[in-house]
Design a protein around this ligand. Structure first.
Ligand code: AMP
Ligand code: ZN
Length: 112
């Protein structure tokens, strides 16, 4: 398996996984750019937004709802940022679709 996020999802590579269900995993970004920086990742391997189609785009709603739950869990409904880098020019490094969840600027670094 060459995809690093598929590896994490399969529990073959350690990560701080905060949430998991049959469709998604949420784990901490290894190089946080915010006090709370999580990655919301579909379990099914999809390279990027470019690879989404009518059949697979439903995962998007689930990713956003997972973000909402993470905001509630961390008590930061007052502000958080969701970001997807799509493609090389936008700085996508890992070609397994993921949404960055960033927040916590008004708080001390949280437990996770
Ligand atoms: P992107 O530029 O959107 O492709 O971002 C990839 C993100 O994945 C970066 O913010 C990295 O810090 C993060 N990352 C890379 N490897 C790991 C890993 N093993 N565990 C957690 N996060 C990772
Ligand atoms: Zn993958």
């Amino acid at each position: 398996m060459t995809c690093i996020f598929c590896h994490i999802i399969a529990h073959g590579l350690p990560a701080e996984i905060l949430y998991e269900d049959e469709d998604l995993a949420v784990f901490k970004d290894i190089n946080p750019a915010a006090p709370i920086h999580l990655l919301i990742v579909p379990k099914k391997h999809i390279d990027s937004v470019n690879a989404l189609d009518e059949k697979t785009a439903g995962i998007f709603a689930k990713m956003v709802l997972a973000a909402k739950r993470m905001a509630e869990r961390h008590g930061i409904q007052s502000g958080y940022r969701l970001m997807i880098n799509n493609g090389r020019e936008a700085g996508q490094v890992v070609y397994h679709l993921h949404m960055h969840f960033m927040g916590g600027w008004g708080r001390k670094p949280a437990k996770g």
